[in-house]
Write a protein that binds this ligand. Structure first.
Ligand code: PMV
Length: 319
């Protein structure tokens, strides 16, 4: 049996410590703020691109009809030159229930696989720029460890780069609070959040927090990293609550309870700060030494919630 020609890429997902939450240009996915993330070792997407009669998509062995993926393949054709139809076979090791953006690793892996398949010789920054059109958070999934997506001002200068931090023993305790599909997509959530009267203030504050975060990371000050990430996430979620267009929240009762316990953990002397994205699952920022004890502490109090420990992950790779 002959194997059909194809190319496989693996991208790990990332968690934003300084969030992307708003678009300056929705068509081009240009953000209102720069953002900073940590790539995670435990969760990834493996995507193979093969020749086919028409563009098709298979995720975890199931055929999917995703307009978003079709549109994205056409964006790549417009940007880099036409290529024949492809079959996209994707294996997602990002459990939906973990509340981590599988779109980040999915669009990063797809961009890299299509580029390699077509023999395009592109830098990581150029791959990041292209992936932005599929999903903003995908810009940051090409890089190991920490990455910064510079917001830029146009289609050409808005992409991510690595932010090198030597050996920071950071870990995340991921709380899988809800397995349900999110009710407000990140794009819709952003559109609505941008109607908050506090939005401009958030944009200004976020730039300051990013500068401070870079400093805290460079000084290996993990406590400050956690403080800034928690403050940035809570401010993002405040925007949703104060949106004038259909205010909403991703918090549910368990989310609130976990946030409370994170405070209790801090009072007990643990390094523990919470962050959260477009869903009710909380991610607790800590160090690798304390992560197992924090996981046990929470597992005892929340018997129905599952907890994972995640650590810094690698950049894009190929098979
Ligand atoms: O990648 P998108 O367009 O689904 O946006 C992701 C937004 C957040 O996950 C909430 C924040 C971020 O910076 O990843």
């Amino acid at each position: 049996m002959t194997e059909s020609t194809g190319q496989t890429a693996i991208a790990h997902t990332n968690i934003a410590l300084i969030k992307y939450w708003g678009k300056a240009d929705p068509a081009l996915n240009l953000p209102t703020t720069s953002s900073l993330s940590l790539t995670l070792n435990e969760y990834f997407t493996k995507t193979r691109v093969e020749e086919a009669a028409e563009d098709t998509l298979l995720i975890n062995d199931l055929p999917q009809d995703s307009q978003r993926v079709h549109d994205f393949l056409n964006v790549l054709r417009e940007e880099k030159g036409d290529f024949s139809p492809v079959k996209v076979i994707s294996e997602n090791k990002v459990p939906l229930s973990a509340g981590l953006a599988s779109s980040a690793s999915s669009f990063a892996a797809l961009t890299a696989a299509v580029a390699k398949y077509n023999g395009w010789d592109l830098s990581l920054e150029e791959l990041s720029r292209l992936a932005r059109r599929g999903s903003g958070s995908a810009t940051r999934s090409f890089f190991p460890g920490f990455a910064i997506w510079e917001k830029g001002s146009n289609d050409h200068d808005s992409f991510a780069h690595e932010f090198n931090v030597p050996d920071l023993p950071i870990a995340l305790v991921v709380c899988k609070i809800s397995g349900t599909i999110k009710k407000v997509s990140s794009s819709d959530g952003m559109r609505r959040a941008q109607t908050s009267p506090d939005y401009d203030q958030w944009v200004a504050e976020s730039a300051k927090q990013l500068d401070e975060m870079k400093q805290a990371l460079s000084q290996s000050d993990l406590d400050r990293v956690g403080q800034l990430a928690e403050a940035n996430a809570l401010a993002m979620h405040d925007l949703n609550l104060t949106a004038t267009d259909r205010r909403f929240t991703y918090f549910n009762q368990n989310t609130m309870k976990v946030f409370e316990q994170v405070k209790v953990l801090r009072e007990k002397g643990y390094l523990a700060y919470a962050t959260m994205d477009a869903g009710p699952n909380v991610k607790i920022i800590t160090n690798q030494e304390q992560a197992p004890a924090i996981k046990d502490f929470l597992a005892e109090r929340f018997r129905k919630i599952q907890f994972d420990i995640a650590t810094p992950g690698p950049g894009i790779s190929y098979e």
